[in-house]
Write a protein that binds this ligand. Structure first.
Ligand SMILES: C[S@@+](CC[C@H](N)C(=O)[O-])C[C@H]1O[C@@H](n2cnc3c(N)ncnc32)[C@H](O)[C@@H]1O
Length: 465
């Protein structure tokens, strides 16, 4: 795969005015393979009657003609995932094959006035997902403290008010400029807060049309895609790299959590980069232009050129996006994807290694995918850890899986991965499972009936100082 080369001024331009003139621009087959909309929407139109003048503000839905699932992909998944996930696969399969059951999250945009939308959502039975990164198991030093499950849940529940006032404290290991930045009154935005509304039923709130001169108020997404951002624990004033950024859902979520000094959104695929730029333009105010930069490098070379630069790096890697692949346009497309699938773990490992070079000592990398595939998840992390002695995995079970188990179903660790030093433990967070080494390589959200979020794998790795 070719590596894009940019002059410094192109690379450091802000996303609204950046022009890209790569010397070599030959997208590899793997880009095409991954160029699908992550967590693709079903072919459904929803209408917000309130916007059409109706009195009851009801959200209604009209289903379009649906594409059926792709048999070669389904057969392949059946074979692989029944082995890897056991009984969980049957129920995940049922969800993935029933698009009427899919739930959608509504991420509010703190840069736009959202009060009316909040009221409509609440009147429709949506409620907020408690997603405060600094819960009672605060990981400001990257280590889990021991707090009981009930204490943690109680504290999270108290945070579920849509406009909670709490804000993220600077990481004690961050640079000193963070403190100054936080008290900078010139920014004048509402305090950072990740506010996502979800519904117990598969109602999808309508996407918001472009509003000239106005920012969009919310973004529709699979709520599980917020978990990698939550795990990243971005603080005001940090330098953040989103290595595989398009279409920009997670970049947007990062900007809800904090105001970084700089957020680099990298995307080598030109078509998807345009999509990313549109997302940023629709949600982020002009006054933050200089803080959000789009670049077009091959992520595998990023670490080399920007070694030790970032506080936080997100690698939301190109993967065999299970939801999307199951609905491949044709059997041929599905077969082609499956044929190229074995190349993905190699690319993913290269991207993760590059991220670990780009992060500063003491900083963290979050690796995520939206596939259930063990070889693209646990195995990639394990491979990279084996040859990066300075990389230390952090267990997300207590911090994320346990407190959010009411909303998401997490899989027990894959047999044979990350369990080497572990004996028996409770596999389900519902049981108040004890944090243990079996989850050191990452946690996996598996779609289940009533909690259809995922697939989403996430792993956090700290670069030792
Ligand atoms: C899973 S998607 C990212 C989704 C995005 N983070 C979001 O939340 O909207 C993976 C992205 O990685 C990009 N990609 C593929 N190969 C890449 C590479 N070598 N370096 C960086 N990004 C790459 C794909 O074009 C795709 O847009």
């Amino acid at each position: 795969m070719s590596i894009f080369m940019f002059s410094a001024h192109q690379f450091y331009s802000t996303w609204r005015i950046i022009t890209f003139k790569p010397q070599k621009l030959t997208p590899s087959p793997l880009w095409r393979l991954c160029s699908c909309n992550c967590h693709a929407r079903p072919d459904v139109d929803l209408q917000l009657n309130e916007q059409k003048g109706a009195a009851n503000n009801e959200v209604t839905k009209t289903w379009k003609k649906e594409r059926s699932s792709c048999q070669p992909v389904l057969d392949h998944f059946d074979q692989q995932y029944s082995q890897e996930l056991g009984d969980l696969w049957a129920s995940a399969r049922a969800v993935l094959l029933d698009r009427h059951s899919w739930q959608y999250g509504v991420l509010l945009n703190r840069f736009s006035a959202v009060t009316d939308i909040t009221q409509i959502l609440q009147s429709q039975g949506f409620s907020t997902l408690p997603m405060q990164a600094d819960g009672p198991t605060s990981l400001s030093n990257g280590r889990t403290t021991t707090v009981s499950h009930s204490e943690h849940q109680e504290a999270l529940d108290s945070l579920s008010c849509p406009f909670n006032d709490s804000h993220l404290q600077p990481d004690s290991t961050s640079h000193t400029h963070v403190q100054d930045f936080q008290s900078d009154p010139s920014l004048g935005f509402p305090r950072p807060s990740l506010q996502c509304f979800i519904h117990p039923y598969p109602l999808r709130f309508p996407s918001q049309a472009h509003r000239p001169g106005q920012l969009k108020q919310y973004y529709i997404l699979n709520a599980a895609s917020l978990l990698p951002v939550l795990a990243l624990q971005v603080r005001d004033g940090e330098k953040v790299l989103d290595l595989c950024s398009a279409p920009g859902g997670k970049a947007l979520a990062v900007m809800q959590c904090a105001t970084p000094e700089i957020l680099y959104c990298n995307e080598p695929d030109p078509h998807r980069r345009n999509w990313l730029a549109k997302t940023l333009e629709s949600y982020i105010p002009h006054s933050l232009n200089s803080r959000v930069v789009v670049s077009a490098l091959d992520g595998r070379s990023f670490g080399q050129s920007e070694a030790g630069t970032y506080d936080k790096v997100l690698v939301d890697a190109p993967c065999s996006n299970d939801r999307s692949w199951l609905y491949s346009c044709s059997s041929q497309q599905g077969e082609q994807r499956l044929k190229e699938r074995p190349r993905l773990p190699g690319l993913q490992a290269q991207l993760l290694r590059s991220a670990l070079s780009a992060v500063r000592p003491g900083g963290v990398v979050v690796y995520s995918t939206c596939t259930l595939s063990s070889s693209e998840n646990y195995a990639v992390v394990e491979t990279v850890l084996n040859d990066c002695p300075e990389a230390e995995p952090e267990d997300l079970w207590e911090e994320i899986a346990v407190p959010l188990s009411r909303y998401f179903t997490f899989s027990p660790a894959h047999p044979g991965h990350g369990q080497a030093h572990h004996k028996a433990s409770s596999p389900q967070p519902q049981n108040g499972g004890v944090s243990c080494s079996r989850h050191r390589l990452g946690i996996l959200v598996v779609p289940q009936v009533g909690k259809t979020w995922g697939p989403m794998f996430l792993s956090r790795i700290r670069r030792r100082k």
